[in-house]
Design a protein around this ligand. Structure first.
Ligand code: NAD
Length: 330
């Protein structure tokens, strides 16, 4: 069996090589993403795993079928880069790695929340100016005095809520499908509006779907408590970024932490240090003191990377050997 591993980063090599040795399967690495230009290489392979961030060209699915490929195993939880209907039409099994370390993202969300609550960006900027004063602009709230709304109480949301509950926050939650574990420390609201209206801090942990694209828009921001803090480690497309900037400008939102950004595909995770970033909105977010932004890095821990590599390769092997896999999403 030969597996092509697209989008391979250096930090994935150890786990991939160990998996290959353990399973006695050849894994070939390619640093780049799977595209229409390089898909033909797959004629010599049995299976493929990707670590895609941008949407695939719709033509890829037919091409993969023609090449005899039966599956694509994405090494992430999100699978919004796939057109699942087109994949299914072409007999392709798409899989993700649904749970590789929810703690990694949850811990990052908490860290990001603490950063915006404690004004760390502002404090660091003052420090760089050698302004060592304390003043009202940088006085902080304490988590224990806040009501936190977790929107999407799945694996990551539940852990985030539990950690913040440990800080002493009052935790409430909204989910289409409430879960029993979360009920042990949070109170569910019936609607999203009820949750966001009570919250001092809102942390978003739901997947991006057709239904919730730009769900966090001007209308929703207006229904929040004035001065709310927002953390989005889920998907950029859930938030209307332009409306968010307006809400920050008006003071409706005090500060925001974004590990995901709706137009991130061109930039995250690429090196633009010697290239021009054309996206004015991204540049603006990076510059703002009330925005703590990062390059979709919340998942990035040693444990998570190992679990992602093994999860992706396991799915390839399962499909080839059994015709399906545990983590099939279509
Ligand atoms: P999960 O499937 O365990 O939980 C998602 C929860 O959201 C579910 O309980 C679901 O019922 C709920 N939900 C779905 N649509 C909803 C809606 N419209 N309103 C309210 N609730 C809704 O997923 P998870 O493992 O907790 O991951 C959550 C998201 O985090 C992923 O979908 C992904 O987008 C994001 N993520 C980000 C990173 C990162 O590095 N920043 C890494 C992994 C995952």
């Amino acid at each position: 069996m030969r597996i092509m591993m697209f989008g391979t980063r250096e930090d994935e090599l150890n786990a991939a090589n160990e998996w290959a040795a353990r399973n006695d399967i050849e894994v070939v690495f390619d640093k780049g993403p799977l595209t229409m230009d390089n898909a033909d290489v797959l004629k010599d392979f049995d299976g493929v795993t990707t670590s895609q961030t941008a949407p695939f060209d719709d033509a890829i699915y037919e091409r993969l079928r023609e090449l005899g490929i039966k599956q694509v195993a994405q090494r992430s939880a999100g699978f919004d880069m796939f057109n699942l209907d087109k994949a299914t039409e072409n007999g392709l099994i798409i899989s993700n790695v649904p749970s590789y370390s929810p703690n990694a993202i949850a811990e990052y969300a908490v860290m990001a929340a603490m950063n915006i609550i404690r004004n760390t960006k502002m404090i660091q900027n003052k420090l760089k100016q050698h302004d060592f004063t304390w003043n009202k602009a940088i006085i902080s709230k304490e988590m224990r005095s806040m009501t936190v709304a977790i929107i999407g109480t799945g694996r990551i949301g539940t852990i985030t809520g539990r950690i913040l509950h440990g800080f002493g926050a009052k935790v409430i939650g909204y989910d289409l499908y409430p879960n029993e574990e979360a009920k042990t420390f949070l109170t569910y609201t019936e609607t999203l509006e009820e949750a966001i209206a009570q919250a001092d801090l809102i942390s978003i942990h739901m997947p991006l779907t057709k239904e919730n694209h730009h769900m966090f828009n001007a209308e929703l921001f207006a229904k929040m408590k004035k001065g709310v803090f927002i953390v989005n480690t889920a998907r950029g497309g859930i938030v209307d970024t332009k409306a968010l900037i307006d809400a920050l400008n008006s003071g409706q939102v005090t500060a925001v932490a974004l590990d995901t950004y709706e137009n991130e595909a061109t930039y995250f995770p690429k090196d633009f240090s010697d290239k021009k970033v054309e996206d004015e909105m991204l540049l603006h977010l990076i510059d703002r003191e009330d925005v703590f932004i990062s390059q979709h890095i919340a998942f990035y821990t040693e444990t998570a990377v190992m679990n992602l590599v093994e999860g992706g390769l396991d799915s390839v092997k399962q499909v080839i050997e059994m015709g399906t896999c545990d983590n099939r999403v279509n």
